[in-house]
Ligand binder design. Structure first.
Ligand SMILES: *[C@@H]1O[C@H](CO)[C@@H](O)[C@H](O)[C@H]1NC(C)=O
Ligand SMILES: *[C@@H]1O[C@H](CO)[C@@H](O)[C@H](O)[C@H]1NC(C)=O
Ligand SMILES: [Zn+2]
Length: 392
């Protein structure tokens, strides 16, 4: 009896030991998930800071600073080409990155430079509604932050795909606003897909709108009463920032550099006008009409910095999705009416996350093997004992 009880106790211990081990394993898995899917975004984004605008040269008042976050090419997958797991993973990553960035950095305005959806160009009304619903959940934001969006070729279709139906449904979901001013800073949001210059009806309307904005901006820079602008309400007298999906024309990415420029073997591939970048005429037109101080564009999924006519700076904003690159990022801009400063905030790298998971999986496997050996030992010794009995 005494022996039996001791046996029970031993078995109980072993069970307890095994279940506490299970708990430990589960805790390790939970910690890895928590780190890779949640905390890492805070750790990485906490290192980003708003750039400082240089103080005014003469001892004047510092103009108010507008803090804008700019991202591009989120490519929310659609129902035709998107695999559900890919969708789930990418959207979770972007949602966490975006929500963490809002919480940590508190931008006043957020711009998304097109290709929000992957299949907006052909999605059915139901698929569109579904994609839009997911977008609104992922990119939810408090009402004191404004979210502004420009259209990309995947949202409304390349030039000859684009129809007034896709354009209208995009503008109904977001906005048809082309001009946005805050704290003395003017932004022009160009539908660059409609800048083909072939006077198709959508293009003609888009150009007419831009010309009207050009006129308003010209008036704001003109001395009052000296021209045909009248004395009405005026925009702040400040050169605008252009926001668009396609980059202005450049021959290729050959002069781009940095950790998130296009891979070296792709940089020298010539850009096709109207496909990789705007045509030379359209680019020239935009530069003439607006005389911008800064151009921000998307579409290439890689970073680049270009100077047009030797002085107008354009930044290609890389894709925000891990599907398109290992090191996504967004641009942080501090703008005043006469100056600006830019910096880039990198998100966690996908490699780091995968390496963490592999490391944890390897550890667990090693641990499991070691313990499997220990649990197997009593059985093995029993088996040997039996065999020696039999042999005898
Ligand atoms: C605004 O001014 C620029 C530069 O002088 C000019 O090229 C452009 O045509 C003007 N815009 C309009 C609508 O006249
Ligand atoms: C690269 O920069 C050089 C020097 O500014 C210029 O001559 C050349 O056209 C640029 N190449 C491309 C592809 O933009
Ligand atoms: Zn894209």
């Amino acid at each position: 009896m005494c022996l039996a009880r001791r046996g029970w106790r031993r078995q109980g211990f072993r069970l307890l030991e095994r279940s506490s081990l299970l708990w430990k394993l589960m805790a390790v898995i939970f910690a890895a998930l928590l780190f890779c899917e949640f905390s890492i975004y805070y750790l990485v984004i906490f290192r980003c800071h708003w750039p400082e605008v240089a103080p005014p040269a003469h001892s004047g008042e510092q103009a108010p600073v507008l803090r804008a976050m700019v991202l591009a090419d989120t490519h929310l997958l659609g129902e035709v080409q998107g695999h559900w797991l890919d969708k789930l993973r990418r959207e979770w990553q972007m949602e966490r990155a975006f929500q963490t960035a809002l919480w940590v950095l508190q931008p006043e305005v957020i711009f998304i430079l097109g290709d929000i959806f992957d299949e907006g160009k052909w999605s059915s009304p139901q698929a569109w509604a579904d994609d839009l619903g997911r977008f609104q959940k992922m990119f939810r934001h408090p009402s004191h932050m404004q979210l502004k969006v420009v259209a990309g070729n995947h949202d409304i279709g390349f030039h000859y795909w684009m129809s007034s139906y896709t354009v209208q449904r995009f503008e109904k979901a977001f906005s048809a606003e082309r001009l946005f001013s805050q704290k003395g800073v003017n932004f022009v949001m160009v539908n660059s897909v409609a800048m083909e210059g072939d006077s198709c009806s959508i293009c003609a309307v888009a150009e007419a709108e831009l010309l009207e904005i050009s006129r308003l901006l010209n008036c704001s820079r003109e001395v009052r009463g000296s021209g045909p602008c009248g004395a009405g309400q005026r925009l702040p007298p400040s050169a605008p920032v252009l926001l668009q999906h396609y980059p202005l024309y450049r021959a290729s990415d050959a002069n781009c550099s940095g950790p998130d420029a296009a891979p070296p073997e792709e940089r020298s591939i010539p850009f096709k006008e109207r496909y990789d970048a705007l045509s030379q005429e359209a680019s020239q037109k935009l530069l003439w009409w607006f005389r911008p101080r800064l151009v921000l564009s998307g579409h290439t999924h890689s970073a680049c910095e270009v100077l047009h006519s030797g002085r107008i700076r354009e930044l290609s904003v890389p894709s925000f999705s891990w599907r398109n690159r290992n090191n996504p990022s967004f641009v942080m801009a501090s703008l005043t009416s006469h100056d600006y400063a830019l910096s880039k905030c990198f998100l966690p790298q996908e490699d780091t996350v995968l390496a963490t998971y592999c490391g944890v999986a390897g550890l667990l496997a090693a641990f499991g093997l070691a313990h499997a050996g220990r649990w197997a030992l009593p059985f093995l010794s029993g088996w040997t004992a039996l065999r020696t009995h039999r042999a005898r």
